[in-house]
Design a binder for this molecule. Structure first.
Ligand SMILES: Cc1ncc(C[n+]2csc(CCOP(=O)(O)OP(=O)(O)O)c2C)c(N)n1
Ligand SMILES: [Mg+2]
Length: 950
């Protein structure tokens, strides 16, 4: 117990008396350890007892004796008065302690479960007996100093108020919040909003009509499309009035755009009733999409994954609402939605995060189970990722597929992970839609005031199995018996409304009848119409207009995008990027590097990798394209190569030179990310979805760690376009290369990306020159379409004296080179095809041995595979032996991807040898050895084999 919990002693002379001794002892204990931990009055009082005696703590009897002596002495002077005042004081103290405990623990005995299966009616700490109140104490007035709105109240009154506030159909968790304003605001709202002020009669009618629509819609689908999976909302229908309430409140806060992320459960209901997707379109998708595959672009996706967006009129203003398409992988959509929101906020210069917000709807099992949910929550307060607070809504149907909560999580609540970021959590009984709507409004207001995440945990149930064809009583027989006997939320609420005289049964029937007639009419429309299913409306509109969608054939990419810029511009960017502002104390080692780079820029040569990158970024900024780069430690760069942000050595002020090129330029956001992969990559992917003219890049610390984000790579980056018709120009930078740093600091797992390549879904490259890197980055924005780009980036090459370019390689009329021919050898008996860093090792060794008859040709982009370009470059070498040389083991790297593709090229060429030989490490389970000496031997061996004399 902390001294601050108790009220200060009002009358030192009379309150020290028998019963409160343990309490005072506890306070004294706290005071001994840290005098500041108790209030000033207590501090004074304990000081008055004399100095602390060393060792006294080890002798409680001694300490008690001392306190007792004082109390008896003081109290003994006026025993009757002392007793009375002490009793009052104690009542107050205990009552206040109990009130506080209800604020902390009241939710534990709240009436949250509509099925009543898990209700706990008691908890030792909320029992008055815990505070030594006995049966005779209930009707004595207690002074509680305006807490709960009472000056004086009896224990009975206090308990009644506490139970209706904290243990009814809302259980609120907020006492973990450290910000006093946030805590006080919630307390004020919860304790002092009178029930009548929570909800109006107009809202009650709206709730009922929303429930009628939500329920009728599911029932209609259930009957008309029996046996079809739809992951219905039955049991959780209060979601619809709650989201309506959020929209309404948000509209009053002038929010004009909400991005939704959600899973399967209740999605069609949300699309129909919240986004107002035409009902006949939804029905048509059930009907035609299955029968008419041609109507679906790309691979298509199941209906409970598909997104939708549109404008809606809410409370007198237009709101843009969009539900983001998502994969089955639960919670993976979270960071993607936040990235989209952040991009939209950047576009509308919504720095206060007050125009666009995120609303994430979760399942209970997924929210506690999926690490990505926790990772995403951690982004909420970070400068580079914050979006002004997300509203989280958990459809807590107390089950995940067939798994009950005790097997789902160790934490008491599904929502507990949100406490890590101090989000308030409103648990609410889904069968009390008024309470659900009220907390939804509170949550929306909280977000608006404090720009923080907030959680509504709606405890409800799932009327059917996991999907409608699943049998739930195999695994939860008791629960499903209870559900079978349980009235629907709409029935319960109708009774309530009728009971209050707010509506008649007939009126309710009429509303339902009208809506059912509408459903039927829309259904008939859908059954008659043909061919109107694909949702083309929001495809490449808005910020996407002007971007083209054309599928490149897999082997023939348009590489003619001119990405070079004028030499003057390159020099200007180059020099301004090195300019130290006046009064800025730069680290001396950086200053030396800058000087060297300055000379190179002026000379127009020896441009290193980081400079090539900076020139690409700077030139885009000057062309009015913002650039965003995030990743672990990316502002300095894992290899201390980038220094995109300088830190003043005296003040720690930051300077981003590329943001000082010229007035009115676009912004370079360079963000050091948290130590997470999936959430950060998901966020950047989301950003790229909403910002086609921003170069959005994510950099892994080492490429090896990218597989921590595999779900984002597989489910979004590689397949988002074909599943959902959503383009992304995201760039993934993966430091890669065999340099003896062990199995987890070596490989960006090129093979994984290459295996994902098809239908020209993305670009995969490993460039060898700063100029080519410059071009490939610029092509992401200057090209007329958008494809994700995966680049294996260098480590040692960052400082390799030969891995440099001239400014003229980036100058006018230059563009990305898919294949780089051998710069010197034009006639050869052997051609080594390779990619990335190994090129420089081969070149050095060839030079050393003065070999003249082996050409080394660099493949700079793997996919789309540059078939035509290779044909052209290999033409002079028809008679030569062809090998593919890679550093990676045979089962990794590009070999399996290239083997047959190269064969096809050689065959078409009419080459003497049509199958390339493989030179590289033998197949291996781990990417690389952890033993440096072994690495060196392996590396020498493969270089030697490739260059073995002919
Ligand atoms: C990452 C992931 N793992 C497993 C699944 C398979 N799966 C689909 S729904 C589901 C249960 C989800 O439970 P909950 O989050 O409580 O949502 P509910 O279906 O109850 O609404 C599971 C395990 C999945 N979709 N995604
Ligand atoms: Mg569930």
């Amino acid at each position: 117990m902390k001294g601050t919990m108790a009220q200060p002693p009002r009358n030192q002379d009379s309150f020290l008396y028998g019963l409160n001794m343990p309490f005072i002892e506890e306070l004294f204990q706290a005071y001994r350890q840290n005098p500041q931990s108790v209030s000033q009055d207590w501090q004074q009082f304990f000081q008055s007892l004399g100095p602390i005696i060393p060792g006294e703590d080890d002798h409680p009897p001694l300490r008690s004796k001392r306190l007792n002596t004082v109390s008896t002495h003081v109290a003994g002077q006026e025993p009757a008065l002392a007793h009375q005042v002490t009793q009052e004081m104690l009542d107050s103290l205990r009552a206040l302690m109990m009130i506080r405990t209800y604020r902390v623990r009241g939710h534990l005995i709240a009436n949250l479960d509509p099925l009543g299966l898990e209700r706990r009616n008691s908890h030792p700490e909320v029992d008055p007996a815990h505070y030594k109140f006995g049966p005779d104490d209930y009707d004595r007035p207690i002074f509680i100093d305006n807490v709960l709105g009472f000056e004086w109240a009896t224990l009975r009154q206090i308990l009644e108020r506490l139970r209706s506030t904290y243990c009814n159909t809302v259980g609120v968790e907020f006492m973990h919040i450290q910000d006093p304003d946030q805590k006080a605001w919630i307390q004020e709202q919860v304790e002092n909003t009178k029930p009548a002020e929570r909800i109006t009669d107009i809202e009650r009618h709206k709730i009922l009509s929303d429930l009628i629509r939500a329920e009728s819609f599911e029932r209609f689908l259930h009957v008309r499309f029996a046996g079809e999976k739809r992951f219905g909302l039955e049991g959780g229908e209060s979601l619809i009035p709650a989201i309506e309430a959020i929209l309404n409140k948000a509209a009053h806060q002038n929010i004009n755009s909400i991005v939704f992320g959600m899973a399967h459960r209740g999605r069609l209901n949300i699309l129909a009733h919240i986004l107002e997707k035409p009902l006949h379109t939804i029905f048509a998708q059930f009907h035609h999409a299955e029968n008419t595959p041609d109507l679906v672009y790309g691979s298509g996706d199941v209906k409970y994954h598909i997104g939708f967006s549109g404008n809606r009129h809410v409370a007198g203003q237009f709101m843009h609402l969009s539900v983001t398409s998502n994969p089955s992988h639960l919670e993976a959509i979270n960071p993607v939605v936040l990235g989209k929101v952040r991009a939209k906020q950047s576009h509308s210069r919504d720095q206060e995060h007050n125009q666009t917000i995120a609303l994430l709807i979760h399942g209970d099992a997924a929210f506690s189970g999926q690490g990505l949910a926790a990772e995403t929550l951690e982004l909420s307060g970070l400068k580079g990722y914050q979006t002004g607070g997300t509203i989280h809504f958990i459809i807590n149907n107390q089950i995940g597929f067939t798994t009950s909560p005790p097997h789902s999580r160790s934490s008491p609540y599904s929502s507990d992970i949100a406490k890590a970021i101090q989000a308030p959590i409103f648990h609410v009984n889904g069968d009390d839609p008024e309470a659900v709507v009220w907390v939804a409004k509170l949550a929306t207001e909280f977000r608006h005031r404090f720009a923080q995440d907030v959680v509504v945990d709606m405890v409800c149930y799932r009327r059917y199995g996991h999907n409608e064809i699943d049998e739930p009583s195999f695994t939860q027989p008791k629960m499903y018996k209870a559900i079978a006997n349980h009235s629907t939320t709409r029935q319960i609420y109708t009774q309530k409304m009728v009971g209050k005289g707010l509506i008649t049964e007939e009126e309710v029937k009429a509303i339902a009848g009208e809506y059912e007639a509408q459903l039927k009419q829309e259904y008939d429309h859908a059954m008659q119409a043909h061919g109107d299913t694909p949702e083309k409306e929001d495809w490449l509109n808005g910020v996407w207009s002007g971007v083209k969608y054309h599928k490149y054939p897999e082997e023939d990419e348009d590489t003619q995008t001119i990405t070079g810029v004028s030499i003057e511009m390159l020099k200007e960017i180059g020099l301004k990027n090195l300019k130290i502002p006046e009064g800025f104390t730069i680290h001396p080692r950086i200053a030396r590097q800058l000087e060297l780079k300055r000379q190179n820029i002026k000379a127009g040569k020896d441009i290193d990798w980081a400079t090539g990158e900076a020139l690409a970024i700077g030139s885009l900024l000057l062309e009015n394209n913002p650039v965003r780069l995030s990743g672990q430690d990316c502002s300095r760069g894992t290899f201390s190569q980038r220094h995109a942000v300088w830190v003043d050595q005296e003040t720690e002020d930051k300077h981003v030179p590329l943001n000082h090129l010229k007035n009115g330029q676009a912004l370079f956001q360079v963000v050091d990310s948290p130590l997470a992969e999936a959430s950060v990559l998901g966020f950047e992917y989301g950003y790229s979805l909403a910002s086609p003219h921003t170069l959005v890049m994510w950099e892994a610390q080492f490429g090896d760690f990218a597989n921590g984000a595999q779900v984002i790579i597989d489910q979004f980056v590689a397949s988002g376009e074909v599943k959902w018709l959503r383009l992304s120009g995201l760039v993934i930078l993966l430091p890669h290369g065999y340099e003896g740093q062990g199995p987890e600091h070596t490989s960006g797992r090129l093979e994984r990306f290459l295996q994902l390549c098809a239908e020209s879904n993305m670009r995969v490259a490993n460039c060898t020159t700063p100029a080519n890197f410059f071009h490939i980055l610029r092509r992401q924005i200057r090209g007329d379409t958008r494809k994700p780009l995966i680049v294996m980036t260098p480590k040692s090459l960052l400082r390799h004296p030969k891995a440099v370019s001239c400014l003229s390689d980036m100058g006018p009329q230059t563009s990305f080179q898919l294949v780089i021919p051998d710069p010197v050898i034009t006639k050869a008996q052997r051609v080594i095809l390779c990619s990335g860093k190994v090129y420089y090792e081969l070149w050095e060794e060839r030079d050393k041995q003065n070999i003249q008859n082996i050409a080394i040709i660099r493949l700079e982009q793997y996919y789309p595979f540059p078939h035509a370009k290779l044909l052209e470059v290999l033409r002079p070498f028809k008679e030569a032996e062809v090998i593919w040389c890679q550093e990676e083991p045979m089962n990794m790297g590009a070999w399996t991807f290239l083997d047959r593709r190269l064969e096809k090229v050689l065959h078409e060429l009419g080459a003497k040898q049509t199958r390339p030989h493989y030179i590289g490490r033998p197949a291996a389970a781990a990417t690389a050895t952890g033993v440096l000496s072994r690495h060196i031997i392996e590396q020498q061996r493969l270089i030697g084999q490739a260059l073995v004399k002919l």
